[in-house]
Design a protein around this ligand. Structure first.
Ligand SMILES: [Zn+2]
Length: 87
């Protein structure tokens, strides 16, 4: 099942916090985590993973509104409190 797009190369990967099968990158910094969560199927809303992935591959970063960013920052804080990474 397609669930997320790599923050670095735009490849579809099984989960927002999973290691990318193509470039091997794992989101570690706050900025990478924020972008990774934004690129997961849970948070993309109306935008498809394919469109988001194509944007990343073409060097465009997805635009996030403040409301979404605040929600994602809260998710990252939760993640740090209980770092359970599903692989
Ligand atoms: Zn990648």
């Amino acid at each position: 099942m397609k669930q997320a797009v790599c923050f670095s190369c735009g490849e579809v990967k099984p989960g927002a916090l999973a290691r990318c099968p193509l470039c091997g990158k794992l989101p570690e910094s706050d900025e990478d985590l924020l972008l990774s969560l934004a690129l997961s199927s849970r948070n993309l809303g109306g935008v498809s993973l394919e469109v988001a992935g194509r944007d990343i591959k073409e060097g465009r970063r997805p635009r996030l509104d403040e409301q979404t960013l605040d929600r994602l920052r809260a998710q990252i804080e939760e993640f740090k409190k209980a770092p359970i990474v599903k692989r």
